[in-house]
Design a protein. Structure first.
Length: 664
């Protein structure tokens, strides 16, 4: 509860009334506002409590604190210990380069936590190994007392500076320290992440589970039955016994596993429908210090395609220093797309990253924020306080822009409804008499672009210099220049919701337009193996809204996004032969061949597995069906000839509803 801040001994303010209960909160608040308490730092949430100068506290309150926890001016243990905490560069580098067995790196926040723990354990080593320092910091006492004191100190370290998760218990902390001394940085890595030894199923048990679930003769009816059989076999084979059937279900329903048994359990034709590449067809017939951003009405009437008077929205990004309008986008509504394109234009025109961006909470800002788009542009991205328009520089600039520039045009809509002056209103009688003479939307857009140029070249109200000159003559060392790679990194957007891979590819809708993608190999053929191994997998998509022919696919793991592959706009082919071009026929043949090869390979792999386990249909006295449409030579069958699947399907299609009741 003690801490040194700006070379001043302080006590945590909340501890006085929450833990020690030396005074009620209202009295604490009164002392902070009117004195005598000297507030060195206001509270900022977890890990950053309010700090009150120890010297400013009433003497009788100091005595109460001392009677509870001792005199901080005598032991000063927290202060001494903190003086020996240093960032460990080697630890930071070690955890930055760390990879798990499966090649996955540590997430950034985990790297920081482990590096902080290494620094704290290094500090403990310094204190323990220096007898004079140990006595000064912790007093005289045995090993148990020393570790108890160290445990208290470690837990009271400011979390925002030392974000650790070291044990609270003194003995556990001592064991962690001992292990750290023995094996080094590796002792801090949680062993349950990314290691194969954490899996509940080993390679042999996995094969048994797949095979048993795929058994076509002695079928397993449910995961509950499979769990019972598995645990019986686990005792015989010395496998790990499972507690929940959910473990088996989760394993079997991984996309790359489900692809293996689906055809055995539901029929190969069902698997073909689910896992084989499906064509998308088209029916026959022949696009600096601070920046503010905000959306507002365009304030220009125009004539829409139906000849009626209309207005729309404009989203602007403005530099607060010069009032230069840097980027904008006109659209029917203030949405994610408008904000994205306005920021993109602003960054291109500026050539620099702004230090800070301020925006309101309307439209698609949540989507921009969730996709870390704003964080990539600026060091800080902050949502402005709602219902406080007067505090936003951009709204004041909008007002003057409308009054000084836009108002000159007869089809100006007038300023905001809150502007009551007659000069702020539009002459609606004149406008309504000239609806046919209103500009089109494209003409209004072109006119608005000229108005922005005029505004940017006008004198700034303070400096009387042209706004654009002010902007380009200024230099901000903390606003780095943007290069081509930055543009790519910034303007690729991550979809908020994941997309499920299907046999048709990866499909999603943006701005009411559907996009479908497929993973292709180097020969521009669909990668049917990748597709089959990933059907039903939920993937996270990143893309450039201005050029959506290419997307990147990621898997969302507990450690962060893992890159899978790139996908391109799916090739469409003509359904009718009349309009089909030569390349389309060749493409269809290539895909058909790849699908056949994958189906046979998938069947052969599972056949080998089933035979190894003694679970094939033939080994159990029955016949396994051949792949329809691919194999002319049938497998070994019994004398009795079973009807083909085509015959069965034909019979079902010819059956009438009343036939179901013939036996009644």
């Amino acid at each position: 509860m003690f801490e040194t801040y700006q070379n001043t001994l302080c006590i945590h303010g909340g501890w006085l009334y929450k833990v020690a209960r030396i005074m009620p909160k209202y009295k604490y608040d009164n002392y902070c506002r009117r004195g005598p308490f000297r507030v060195m730092r206001k509270g900022r949430g977890k890990g950053s409590p309010a700090l009150i100068s120890w010297a400013s506290i009433h003497e009788h309150y100091q005595q109460e604190v001392i009677s509870l926890v001792g005199d901080p001016t005598k032991t000063d243990m927290h202060i001494i210990f903190c003086d020996y905490l240093e960032r460990d560069v080697k630890a930071a580098r070690y955890f930055a380069d760390y990879l798990f067995d499966n090649g996955t790196p540590l997430a950034e926040d985990v790297q920081k936590r482990y590096a902080a723990e290494a620094a704290i354990l290094n500090g403990i080593k310094t204190v323990i190994n220096d007898r004079i320092l140990r006595t000064k910091a912790l007093g005289n006492g045995g090993l148990t007392k020393t570790w108890n004191a160290l445990s208290d100190i470690v837990q009271e370290l400011p979390y925002h500076l030392w974000p650790h998760s070291l044990p609270k218990n003194a003995r556990s902390l001592q064991r962690k320290y001992k292990k750290y001394q023995e094996i080094g940085f590796e002792a801090l890595v949680h062993q349950g992440h990314g290691h194969k030894n954490s899996e509940k199923l080993n390679s042999n048990s996995k094969q048994w589970v797949i095979g048993r679930w795929a058994d076509q003769v002695n079928k397993v009816t449910s995961c509950a039955q499979l769990l019972d059989e598995y645990n019986e076999r686990a005792i015989e084979k010395n496998w790990r016994v499972l507690k929940e059937e959910k473990t088996l279900y989760n394993f079997l329903h991984q996309p790359e596993i489900k692809n293996q048994w689906w055809g055995y359990r539901y029929g190969e034709l069902k698997a073909k429908e689910k896992y084989s590449y499906q064509h998308s067809t088209k029916l026959p017939t022949m696009r600096d210090s601070l920046w503010y951003s905000d959306g507002t009405k365009l304030n220009l009437y125009y004539k829409d395609e139906n000849g009626k008077m209309a207005t729309c929205m404009v989203y602007e990004v403005m530099d607060a220093f010069s009032e230069v309008f840097l980027g904008y986008h006109i659209s029917p509504t203030e949405n994610y797309e408008a904000q994205y394109y306005a920021y993109k234009m602003a960054v291109k025109n500026s050539g620099h990253r702004p230090y800070e961006i301020k925006y309101d909470g309307a439209g698609g800002h949540k989507k921009l924020k969730n996709g870390v788009f704003l964080d990539r542009i600026a060091k800080l991205s902050i949502k402005t306080e709602p219902y406080n328009g007067k505090s936003k520089t951009i709204e004041n600039a909008f007002y003057r822009f409308q009054h000084q520039v836009m108002k000159r045009h007869w089809y100006f809509t007038g300023q905001n409804i809150t502007a009551r002056a007659e000069e702020s209103q539009a002459n609606m009688e004149f406008i309504l008499a000239n609806v046919d003479n209103l500009p089109t939307l494209e003409e209004a857009k072109a006119q608005y672009a000229e108005m922005r140029k005029q505004w940017n070249q006008m004198p700034h109200f303070k400096t009387k210099e042209p706004r654009l000159s002010m902007y380009y003559d200024s230099n901000n060392p903390k606003a780095p220049a943007i290069d081509v790679f930055d543009m790519v990194d910034i303007f690729w957007v991550q979809r908020e919701k994941p997309v499920t891979v299907t046999a048709y590819g990866i499909s999603f809708t943006e701005a009411k337009q559907k996009h479908t993608y497929m993973v292709y190999d180097q020969d521009r053929a669909p990668d049917v193996k990748w597709l089959a191994n990933n059907i039903d997998r939920k993937v996270t998509v990143k893309y450039d809204p201005e050029d959506m022919h290419l997307i990147w696919l990621y898997e969302d793991t507990p450690l962060g996004l893992k890159f899978l592959t790139a996908a391109e706009t799916k090739i469409e082919i003509s359904r009718g032969k009349q309009e089909q071009q030569d390349w389309e026929a060749q493409f269809i043949a290539k895909v058909k061949k790849a699908n056949k090869e994958r189906r046979i390979e998938s069947r052969d792999t599972m056949d080998a597995l089933m035979q190894n386990l003694g679970l094939s249909a033939e080994q159990q006295g029955l016949n396994a069906p051949h792949i329809k449409g691919l194999e002319s030579k049938k497998r070994k069958t019994k004398e009795s000839k079973a009807p083909s699947i085509a015959q069965v399907q034909k019979q079902v299609s010819n059956m009438e509803y009343g036939d179901l009741y013939d036996d009644y």
